[in-house]
Design a protein around this ligand. Structure first.
Ligand code: GTP
Ligand code: MG
Length: 326
């Protein structure tokens, strides 16, 4: 399971060449000059990309990085057009961004079964019957099909969740995910237990929203410390950011500001998102300490909720607030 989470991959795509046109003249018993009847070549297969909600990574493409569609078949005698080449279907998880070699966005897949043609197959060449006219009644030439070029593209996954869980390692993010959703992430009393994002669905009566547990961030993550910024792009599409700071850390306000700083280094848009702050593991501190923490954060005008995944404190309030924000 270790390296199964592949959220970035480079693949080679080539749509099919067009089939060539046919040069042929009609022949039959007692017919001396039947005239040209070479058919047109078929179109090459397209490269098509499709969203599939039951796939969550690009693992299935890992050993299939060459996506080459079938070429069109050549035209045939009797004005028969060649068959089109088969399309090549690339199935991708929802939230995939397709980029070209220069990292320009080509397209995005955001829905299940959403289908897009990435590269069109080459057109088939015309057969010699097409070139017949009053002047040249028996053309002895036909077109070749259009040859297509191959391209390298990048597929990048940006998980589509409504809420992203962000915080330092070991603050109880995965535990929180496991109590408010049915997800079963790995939980451990050490740093970087979570090595790739986990998703869960929070159910509220008849409504639900998606929440993603993103691996912990530490100071200077933007310079590659810890797991670095690698997973932050998954938070880019979240509409709400849920910051988790554990009750047993010192200098909570400073830690919170470090988190904000690291995020802004990655993408300034993060600071414009709706955010909510929770102090996790609230069972470890007394009411007096809670008041103190409230006061320090009140100065920077941040709303906060105390939660404990063990005693269940604040979880209902958290869910309701998140839902209101989403
Ligand atoms: N006392 C107390 N301990 C908690 C609570 N929630 C989580 N823990 C403990 O905190 C430790 C870390 O929990 P995780 O959920 O793995 O933390 P994380 O933030 O996902 O950590 P990383 O994946 O490493 O970033 C575990 O030993 C949990 O048992 C809580 O509400 N109260
Ligand atoms: Mg975790």
């Amino acid at each position: 399971m270790k390296n199964c989470f592949i959220d970035f991959i480079k693949i080679y795509c080539k749509s099919g060449d067009g089939g060539s046109g046919c040069i042929h003249f009609y022949r039959d018993k007692y017919i001396s000059r039947g005239g040209p009847d070479g058919g047109t070549g078929g179109r090459g297969g397209n490269i098509i990309i499709q969203g599939n909600s039951s796939i969550h990574t690009f693992f299935h493409l890992r050993y299939n990085r060459h996506c080459i569609a079938q070429s069109g078949y050549p035209g045939r005698e009797n004005n028969v057009t060649g068959s089109n080449g088969k399309d090549f279907l690339i199935e991708v998880p929802i939230g995939t961004v397709v980029k070209d070699e220069n990292k320009n966005i080509i397209t995005e897949i955001v829905k299940n079964y959403e289908k897009k043609i990435l590269f069109k197959g080459g057109k088939g060449g015309k057969g010699n019957a097409f070139f017949k006219n009053s002047v040249n009644q028996s053309p002895y030439h036909a077109q070749k099909g259009v040859k297509t070029k191959g391209y390298y593209i990048f597929l990048e996954l940006k998980i589509l969740a409504d809420v992203g869980l962000l915080g330092f390692p070991n603050t109880g993010k995965s535990t929180l995910l496991s109590v408010i959703t049915k997800a079963k992430p790995k939980i451990g009393n050490f740093f970087f237990t979570t090595k790739y994002p986990n998703l869960g669905v929070v159910k509220m009566n008849f409504n639900s929203f998606l929440i993603a547990d993103i691996p912990g961030i530490i100071e200077n993550a933007s310079e590659g410390k810890g797991l670095g910024h690698r997973f932050l792009r998954h938070a880019e599409r979240n509409s709400v950011l849920l910051f988790v700071i554990s009750a047993d850390t010192k200098n909570k306000k400073q830690k919170y500001l470090i988190l904000l700083k690291e995020l802004s280094k990655f993408n300034l848009d993060f600071l414009n998102k709706k955010r909510l702050l929770v102090i996790s593991k609230s069972d470890l501190i007394s009411n007096k300490e809670k008041d103190k923490i409230r006061k320090t954060f009140f100065k920077i005008k941040e709303n906060l909720i105390f939660i404990s995944s063990f005693t269940g404190e604040g979880l209902m309030e958290l869910k309701e607030k998140l839902y209101a924000l989403v």
